[in-house]
Design a protein around this ligand. Sequence first.
Ligand SMILES: [Fe+2]
Length: 405
Amino acid sequence: MRFPSRATGDGASLITGYKLKSLRDKFGTGSATQFGTGSDRNSAKRFCAATATQRPPHQTDNPSCPPWIVVHFGIPIFSPPQRPANAIIQGPVNRSLITPKTAVPLDPKLVTRRSFLRRGAVATVAGLGIYAFGIEPRWVSVDHHDLPIPDLPDHLVNATAIQISDLHVGRGVEESYLRRQFDYIDALKPDFVFFTGDYLDNATQWHTDKGIKLLSHMPRGKLGTACVLGNHDYGGSTPKVAKNAPNTERLINAFEDQGLNLLINDAVELSGLNVVGLPDLWYGNFWQGSFQKDFARDLIASTANSGATITLSHNPDTADLPIWDGYQSWILCGHTHGGQCKFPIIGAPRLPVANYNYVSGKYQIEGGHKMYINRGIGHSARVRFMARPEITVFRLTSAGKQAKA
Ligand SMILES: [Fe+2]
């Protein structure tokens, strides 16, 4: 009987022609029957004894043959080497004995999946950081919208009105950047310019001096300009903590000296368009021991009854005050900076308003009045994400006649 060339018998052992040839070369030709005889059994034993020194060190159970040779009925049969089971599988690994070491690949071409992902994550974070801190805060968007106004005189249909807001003159917003925006607006030659507060970032002496110096460059409308103040013009970023009032007074006087129509609970008529300016909700004279709603409500009602009207108010929360009885036109606001940083799904995580619906853009408010929130040109902290700085260009259109109260 000749040796087979493939595994047979119990199925667990494998005989290859190559291995058998080696065996024949070492112990002479023969057959299984011959190996099964006494002399051949001795040959098998000699083979096992001769190759026992080749046993891998992990094999501690010391049979007389190397692990890849098993003897069936005196026949040495090749068996594939077994996994060093004792070292890997048996028993839990004592991880406390393993202290990870810093290891640097010596082959510079070796990029593991983990290192590839790590480098990609670092590059993504760095890219987003450069964009949010370096690019978007100076990447001004010019947004165009129609503004339908009740009782708009015919000569103002298709007139242009530009809204700017939240300049935050100070250390974080360089003068050259603001001057470029002013020059851009001047080049558009708008009919109206409306400014909706936070001219200064703070009301310190330094900020106020810097702001007053820049005020002469504020863009103007051909038919008129009107402005209101915001909470930062009073020196505060939290409600009802008034400070630096003398500097605010200097700023108010400077606006008046420049003929910019700064309106604090006041109204002005500009070539047939009434403009109402509300005080800042946090610092203005809405609050003087109690809520001074009656003055604003009477002002809005009387002005709106006298013709086409737009209202300027820094803080969008004023849209929710009980002062808009019958008002059907627009309130132009700022203050939120569009959230400054917005994210997909969650939106803006931080907004300085009581009504978190008010972020940016157009709103139809319950009661009939409408609101537009401008994202501002400047900022306090220089970071913006998905909330680019904004210059808004409105085209005035007619919304028909409004019934008088
Ligand atoms: Fe602001």
